[in-house]
Design a protein around this ligand. Structure first.
Ligand SMILES: Cc1ncc(COP(=O)(O)O)c(C=O)c1O
Length: 419
């Protein structure tokens, strides 16, 4: 039996023994984090703040995002009924815009002008750059050199929006290193606002991002009841990919105390089971409790205690740590975590495209791949909701390469694009 009380953040921690979360930062950031927490507590239930948020959700982001019954996919898999929550329909193409608008509204109220952010696949970066234009803020976005090379279309758009994109050449040159570099920049410039892109980092970031994203699950509950025409119906499973965990907590949060709803997070299984070949923290059973980037959670580490390399086809899931809320939910048995391999992700992308006409982000295709495994094991009156966190646009090169499309290769050759 789960109670709402179990899921509350206390003094910045999750769990009865301060198991996960916290605020482990140098002194120079104390004031900034306290100021942010005060603003968050002051505004999160403030009627003017909520009215402005509702305005942007509806008129800018385009919420509610659609929930659609995937009738062709359901028929093909021959088991549970599958519904798709399409966050890829949002302005800028993913769920990241949900927390960026929220962050920008807080930043404005705090009188901030400079924004620092990290990005993996560039989807968070794109949303940051966009809200900075809208709210009149200056964006400095850190991105691992390897991700920058793989995701250049998003980098190009960020630059067109006036953001400064800073390549990070340290470490594995991926999301973790970008997050590290952004945190370092914030230490140098504590007056700036750190627009963190997931439910990670020191308190209160995980709570702010959860608050901004929980709308996704709230909408799922209402939309499913309308579509099924049953006032009390709940899905049997909700499946979402987990990088840091923002889209997943968005979909799950509303259902935490609805015990019949299984919550399933899907990690990047990458290309193999060995350390360095994947970004699966929980399903691989390879992560250890540690403190990095200002919070306590589960991280993939080398024997020497340093961060392990991570790999996977979707840059947004290539992260060593998992958000503290997810680590806690898993520790109390509220969250199941699985992993899928890159090859399964590419296949799931193709199946979804050819059954439902949705070109989904490779991160989201992890959730689809897990659904393809689970749905056929369930009876036809059961319901799975899959959170499609983003759309595929920025992945055109990766997908074309993944399926070895010869015509696309010729297109790249014609344009002298070296993939
Ligand atoms: C489309 C999409 N989905 C999921 C993620 C993973 O992030 P999170 O686990 O915070 O939702 C990303 C990150 O870049 C993303 O771009």
């Amino acid at each position: 039996m789960f109670t709402a009380d179990q899921f509350v953040c206390r003094n910045g921690f999750y769990g009865p023994n301060q198991d996960f979360g916290g605020r482990y930062v140098p002194e120079v950031l104390f004031r900034g984090l306290e100021e942010l927490e005060e603003a968050f507590e002051k505004y999160k239930n403030d009627p003017d703040f909520l009215a402005e948020l509702a305005y942007y959700r509806r008129n800018l982001i385009g919420r509610p995002s659609p929930l659609i019954f995937a009738k062709n996919l359901t028929k093909k898999l021959g088991g549970a009924k599958i519904y798709l929550k399409n966050e890829g329909n949002n302005f800028t193409g993913s769920h990241k815009i949900n927390h960026c608008v929220y962050h920008a509204m807080l930043a404005k109220r705090l009188g901030k002008t400079k924004i620092i952010a990290e990005t993996g696949a560039g989807q968070h970066g794109l949303a940051v750059a966009t809200v900075c234009v809208i709210f009149g803020l200056q964006a400095k976005i850190f991105m691992g050199q390897k991700n920058l090379e793989k995701q250049y279309p998003n980098v190009f758009w960020m630059k067109q929006l006036g953001a400064e994109v800073i390549p990070v050449t340290n470490g594995s040159q991926k999301l973790t290193d970008a997050a590290d570099a952004a945190l370092g920049e914030w230490i140098n410039d504590p007056e700036a606002y750190f627009m963190l892109g997931s439910v990670v980092g020191p308190h209160p970031f995980p709570e702010i991002v959860r608050e901004a994203q929980k709308i996704v699950g709230q909408e799922i509950k209402v939309q499913l009841r309308e579509l099924e025409q049953k006032p009390d119906i709940l899905p049997n499973k909700i499946i979402a990919c987990i990088g840091g965990g923002s889209n997943a907590i968005g979909a799950f949060n509303e259902f935490l105390t609805d015990e019949t709803v299984e919550l399933i997070g899907v990690e990047a299984g990458g290309v193999g089971e060995n350390p360095g070949q994947h970004a699966s923290r929980i399903a691989s059973k390879q992560a250890k409790t540690a403190i990095f980037e200002g919070f306590k959670s589960l991280f993939l580490l080398k024997d020497n205690g340093q961060l392990e390399d991570v790999d996977g086809i979707a840059a947004g899931l290539d992260y060593n740590g998992i958000g503290p809320i997810h680590a806690y939910l898993h520790s109390i048995g509220r969250l199941q975590v699985t992993k899928v391999f890159d090859s399964e992700v590419v296949e799931a992308f193709r199946i979804l495209a050819q059954t439902e006409g949705i070109l989904t982000a490779l991160e989201s295709a992890h959730a689809v791949a897990e659904t393809i495994k689970q749905a056929p094991q369930m009876s036809s009156e059961k319901i799975i909701v899959v959170n499609l966190s983003g759309r595929a646009d920025n992945y055109i090169f990766n997908i074309a390469k993944g399926i070895a499309d010869k015509d696309f290769e010729m297109f790249c050759n014609n344009w002298k694009i070296n993939t």
